[in-house]
Ligand binder design. Structure first.
Ligand code: MN
Ligand code: MN
Length: 367
């Protein structure tokens, strides 16, 4: 449980005249409560009041796990045969009375759930959005959070090692994914932070392609984009390696992306703007004439969720501060030819940054 952040949330609620907050994103629930769960279609919710104790609302089958987590307040469960919204409404009424205003995570709550809330609380105002506040709360990581991100990052390094040694002629992208995840899970990793992306040859030219039956062939590049969830914190890193000698063209593209990534990483320090970092990487790639093939932002924040605030993108003039954590992931994707991305997530220090992943970024040639 993160008592400091819960207090900050309550202070914000008081300032914004909202007497109840409904946290619905499972990653955010884990952030405040310390209870991690993926409830699928069932309801998992954290209700925080300005002046009374908060409570967790979970499927009945999760109550015991939630009680055994670091969460110290009440856990209320509901059975599959019960109507969760009726139960939530009754619980809130009995604990806090009818809320005047309930703030919601607008970037997360689905419309059908919102409709249920409106039905259950016809007199409550739902106009206050929690999303920007949670983004701000999560922006600066504590030392403890940084250590968890470091551990998650070192698991990504382990994953690269497994992946690189599994590459051989004829092995398919899916087989590589299966092997990486199998080995990690055998070593105690509970889950990946997103579906492992391993793409070979021209498939890597799609930034968010799907690993399939494509087999790795000699003189191709293979792109690994992966991460784990470890103690509630995510890693996310990308390496692109060559299987046997790369062509001159592949090597050239690789080195441009590497230069862009290193230049951006070198520029990270408190005071620089998010948009400036994006521009530094983009200028390198544009300078070589490949600007149109770097078709996404430079990076995104990372923490209990794999994509969070801030976005490192043109137009975001957020000033970088110590404690912020984000990815730096330039890429060049030339359809039917080549795809290269290199990604590290970093923690901003007093005068620079520290990377959560340490796997070398020099082009590795796997024989
Ligand atoms: Mn990634
Ligand atoms: Mn990323």
């Amino acid at each position: 449980m993160n008592a400091t952040k819960l207090t900050e949330l309550k202070n914000w609620m008081k300032q914004n005249q909202t007497d109840l907050a409904y946290i619905s994103d499972p990653g955010h629930i884990a952030y405040f409560s310390g209870y991690e769960s993926e409830p699928h279609e069932r309801i998992l919710a954290l209700f925080v009041s300005t002046d009374r104790d908060p409570f967790l609302f979970t499927p009945a089958l999760e109550v015991e796990d939630a009680q055994n987590s670091s969460w110290t307040y009440d856990v209320i469960g509901y059975l599959d045969s019960e109507n969760p919204w009726k139960k939530i409404a009754a619980e809130i009424e009995s604990r806090y009375g009818t809320p005047q205003s309930m703030s919601l995570e607008k970037a997360n709550l689905t419309l059908d759930r919102f409709n249920e809330l409106e039905k259950a609380f016809s007199e409550t105002d739902f106009s206050t959005d929690l999303t920007p506040l949670i983004q701000r709360l999560q922006l600066i990581k504590t030392e403890e959070e940084k250590n968890k991100l470091m551990e998650a990052g070192s698991w990504a390094d382990v994953a690269f090692e497994i992946g690189f040694r599994t590459i051989k002629e004829g092995v398919t992208e899916q087989e590589l994914v299966a092997e990486v995840e199998y080995q990690l899970k055998r070593q105690g990793v509970m889950s990946m932070s997103f579906d492992t992306l391993i793409l070979a040859g021209e498939n890597a030219a799609s930034p968010h392609g799907n690993p399939g039956k494509k087999a790795v062939a000699k003189n191709e590049l293979v792109l690994f984009d992966l991460g784990v969830v470890w103690n509630g914190y995510c890693s996310d890193a990308t390496r692109t390696v060559a299987f046997h000698e790369p062509t001159e063209f592949q090597e050239k593209i690789y080195n441009i992306v590497l230069e862009a990534q290193l230049e951006a990483q070198k520029a990270v320090k408190p005071g620089v703007k998010a948009s400036e970092l994006d521009k530094i990487a983009r200028d390198v790639i544009e300078g070589y004439g490949y600007g149109e093939y770097f078709n996404h932002r430079l990076g995104h924040g990372i923490g209990t969720t794999v994509h969070e605030y801030p976005s490192l993108v043109e137009g975001n003039d957020l000033v970088i501060e110590k404690g912020m954590c984000f990815s730096l992931e330039p890429g060049i994707y030339i359809p039917e030819k080549v795809g290269v991305r290199i990604e590290d997530c970093v923690y901003v220090t007093e005068d620079g940054c520290e990377s959560f992943t340490k796997t070398t970024k020099e082009l590795q040639i796997i024989q």
